[in-house]
Design a protein around this ligand. Structure first.
Ligand code: MN
Length: 335
């Protein structure tokens, strides 16, 4: 297949018309978003030699991503006045996470493509979508574009995709058949799994460490029927603390705290809890409590958060009450 006449698949326009491209990550880009974008950039430059690619990270990137971006360097912009011939959004989920770039996308005549593994939302924002909700990472979906386009992955890009897949699959623990097959292909292309493990290891962030230990110190334990709930209060890193409480064995963890004049509550539950109860923390707890107390929130079945002007004690109590109500149980504190 000649590159100039490639039709139907990615990038969905004549590569000769691609001079400027923007590959957009979700806000505060994580490793899957950035490294997937890095690989999409390689693919675009292979299909349209000479095209210039910006990776866009609205509102920056996480600490780990910033470190990985030094290993996998690329031109990165948070904002830009450029005109682009093509926009490729990767790993974004909700278009809300594109931040200011959603308006830019809407206003542009460029071709808009979504490459993702999140449930498809706001289909209308894009001209073309390549979405596989069964994939554990956006990187797996990006990898499939290479074989479709018959472009070989070089060793560096293979390494980037491998690290993205490992990051989003808890080091392959939850990777599915497609993810594992992609991993084998990437290893064949020269990626190194030992290097990937090392590069994904984070230096401890002592702010986070102290928040987790304080969170454990202030822990309250409740029985909700046969389930165990844990609650705590910390000024920051509420999501990290909630996840840490699951590691300690809680089935569901609710962690609140006040910062910058508002209260934030993060919640996490185990897959086992979610599977057995069908309880959706995002819609049934975070969204519902935020609506009741005034504020906004949402999230997934096992991970959600909300913010409100109500006090932290009240917000946490209301969250616990809501979980208990949905389980038709009474929250019994354990001393
Ligand atoms: Mn992802």
């Amino acid at each position: 297949m000649s590159k100039g006449t490639r039709q139907g698949g990615f990038p969905f326009l004549d590569p000769e018309q691609i001079h400027r491209a923007a590959v957009i990550c979700h806000r505060n880009a994580d490793a899957d978003a950035y490294l997937s974008a890095y690989a999409v950039s390689f693919l675009l430059r292979a299909l349209a030699p000479g095209c210039e690619v910006d990776i866009v990270t609205p509102e920056g990137m996480t600490t780990l991503t910033r470190r990985l971006s030094r290993r996998f360097p690329h031109r990165v912009v948070e904002e830009s006045e450029e005109e682009y011939d093509i926009f490729v959004a990767v790993d974004v989920g909700d278009t809300e996470l594109l931040k200011g770039w959603l308006d830019k996308l809407k206003a542009s005549k460029g071709v808009k493509v979504l490459v993702d593994h999140h449930p498809l939302r706001d289909r209308d924002a894009y001209d073309h979508v390549v979405v596989d909700e069964g994939a554990t990472s956006a990187a797996e979906v990006v990898y499939s574009l290479f074989s479709e386009a018959k472009v070989e992955v070089d060793a560096k890009t293979a390494q980037a995709l491998l690290e993205a897949i490992m990051f989003d699959s808890s080091h392959l623990t939850i990777a599915g058949p497609a993810g594992l097959k992609a991993v084998v292909g990437l290893l064949d292309s020269g990626a190194d799994i030992a290097v990937a493990r090392r590069e994904l290891r984070s230096e401890p962030d002592y702010g986070e460490v102290l928040a987790k230990l304080k969170g454990a110190q202030r822990l309250k334990i409740y029985r909700l029927g046969t389930w165990v709930a844990a609650t705590s209060l910390v000024g920051s890193f509420q999501a990290h603390v909630a996840r840490a409480l699951l590691y300690l064995g809680a089935d569901v963890a609710l962690v609140g705290g006040e910062a910058e004049g508002e209260t934030r509550v993060s919640m996490r539950s185990t897959q086992r809890f979610s599977g057995a109860t069908g309880l959706q923390l995002g819609t049934q707890v975070a969204e519902a409590v935020a609506k009741k107390l005034g504020g906004h929130g949402g999230g997934h079945a096992t991970a959600a958060s909300f913010s409100t002007d109500a006090g932290e004690e009240e917000a946490l109590e209301e969250s616990l009450k809501t979980v208990a109500g949905l389980l038709e149980a009474e929250a019994k504190p354990l001393e």
